[in-house]
Design a protein around this ligand. Structure first.
Ligand code: ADP
Length: 483
């Protein structure tokens, strides 16, 4: 493949189980393509039940020692892992770009974001404090201990092949857990590269395994095996529901980061340029393929035309092209199905009365042009489903009450954004939006220090920040009597 790396050892075509690089027992593999060309860039083992079970078993053994290490000792390993990721950021970005398709500058940004979780949670590892409660009686004391959940599992998506792994494994390991990761079969090489660096950082064998393979078989073992105490999943609501059902028999703890349908509301009194910049940042990152992308842009009548004109200026500056070309700002979509879905959403909207404000949609292979639609209404598919592509649908509204009603009229509740200069409206709308995350006058809401996650059918639990660590900790009440 045309992948030039400073360190070719970062590109591994084997799974990483119990500190060893392995093939599937039956020798089967999965081909991985470059979304830009459809060309096969490599193969990974199609692991199944046996390999997953071996990884879980090893994770149990490794965790027994890891949890007893002093937090500072665990933090030291995570800090080296962090440094190695940054030192190898160029190579990691290239691997990510060729398997996922995001442009190189964004891939570099994701590498830094991915590394930031190791730093944050290495720091937090030393602050996993318990409590001594007020005694309930003269001869009694109660302590509260925080303990690692145990063996954990992660199932991760293709849109952030590196950060969705580090956001889970950094808090897991900081807390004293071990982890078995099943990366997306579309983007396994970033996960394997991070495993190479973990090995070099001194992560003990078995503590962190990467099992590549077909989702159903690996997923069934990760959810069905009673030794796994916790599953952290990022992906679609459909698959999240399946995993939740499969985890029911063993009462696993779950963190689910699922689909969104983010409203992006621009009020008449908003700073128009700021709102345009926010919409661009939120909509076109990763060619529109993030779960927090603005999916429904609601614009008040008085600012509508000015906002759309500003948007069109910016959209005209986007460059669709090969992700490794520094001039490109939009790479290809992940696969043919993604292109078909975006096309179907645009066609459905046009049939129901929306209009192109930008140039019409242009598709070449998996490269699609960015599109702005106006006159969008709530009956359209684009309003009800997550589009996952570079199309920006603009609704017009009259009142604040109407905007909030439309924004909340979805089963999803992940990200939301609104732009206003009014203090009282900022509070009112911020509190009225039924979403796990709200951006006021900003389109950027992902950072390692802030809790990330959704309400309603967008999921359970939070990643990042202090709550991200709590997801991997159990609370034990320790009662002492007879004093
Ligand atoms: P997306 O729509 O973003 O691709 P998916 O939910 O399909 O999201 O995929 C997210 C992750 O879930 C991927 O790693 C995928 O392999 C995995 N996955 C899909 N189906 C299953 C399943 N039945 N069991 C376990 N994992 C699955």
């Amino acid at each position: 493949i045309a992948l030039q790396l400073n360190d070719p050892g970062l590109f591994r075509q084997q799974a990483f189980v119990d500190g060893a690089w392995i093939d599937a027992a039956d020798g089967r593999t999965i081909a991985v393509d470059d979304p830009a060309t459809g060309e096969i860039i490599g193969h990974v083992p199609a692991c199944g039940t046996a390999e997953t079970r071996a990884a879980i078993e090893a994770a149990g053994q490794a965790q027994a020692d890891w949890k007893r290490r002093a937090p500072a000792e665990r933090a030291a390993v995570l800090t080296v892992w962090h440094d190695l990721i940054l030192e190898n950021s160029e190579d990691l970005a290239r691997i990510m770009t060729i398997e996922q398709g995001k442009v190189l500058a964004e891939a570099l940004g994701e590498v830094r974001y991915a590394a930031s979780f190791f730093k944050w949670f290495a720091e937090e590892a030393r602050r996993i404090d318990g409590a001594v409660l007020a005694p309930p009686a003269r001869d009694r004391r109660i302590l509260v201990l925080k303990e690692p959940v145990g063996v954990s599992a992660a199932i991760t998506p293709w849109n952030f092949p590196l950060a969705m792994i580090t956001r889970k494994c950094a808090p897991a390991l900081a807390a004293g857990c071990s982890m078995v990761v099943k990366p997306s079969e579309l983007t396994p090489f970033s996960a394997l590269a991070v495993a190479v660096l973990g090995e070099r950082a001194g992560v003990p064998a078995g503590l962190f395994s990467v099992v590549t393979g077909m989702p159903e078989a690996v997923g069934a073992e990760l959810t069905g095996n009673p030794a796994v105490r916790k599953l952290s999943f990022t992906g679609s609501t459909r698959v999240g529901a399946i995993l939740m059902q499969q985890s029911a028999d063993t009462i696993k703890r779950l963190s689910l980061e699922l689909g969104g349908n983010a409203p992006f509301i621009v009020f008449d009194d908003a700073a128009c340029d700021l709102a345009v910049q926010g919409a661009m940042a939120s909509k076109f990152r990763n060619a529109g393929q993030t779960c927090i992308c603005a999916n429904r842009v609601l614009v008040q009548s008085g600012i509508h035309d000015r906002f759309v004109a500003g948007l069109l200026d910016e959209v005209a500056g986007l460059r669709v092209g090969p992700a490794l070309d520094p001039a490109s700002t939009l790479g290809p979509l992940i696969n043919d199905a993604a292109v078909a879905k975006m096309r179907a959403h645009v066609e459905d909207a046009l049939e129901r009365g929306a209009r192109y404000a930008s140039a019409p949609l242009c598709v070449e292979g998996r490269f699609v042009s960015p599109v702005v639609l106006t006159g969008v209404t709530t009956d359209m598919r684009i309003a009800r489903e997550e589009t996952f592509g570079p199309v920006l649908p603009v609704f017009r509204f009259e009142t604040e009450v109407e905007a909030v009603r439309i924004a909340n009229a979805t089963p999803f509740g992940l990200a939301s954004y609104f732009f206003t200069a009014s203090l009282d409206r900022a509070w009112r709308v911020g509190e009225a939006l039924e979403f796990g995350m709200v951006g006021l006058n900003t389109g950027a809401i992902s950072m390692e220090s802030a809790p990330f996650g959704g309400v309603k059918q967008s999921g359970l639990g939070r990643e990042g920040g202090h709550p991200g660590l709590d997801e991997f900790l159990e609370i034990k009440s320790f009662h002492i009597g007879g004093l």
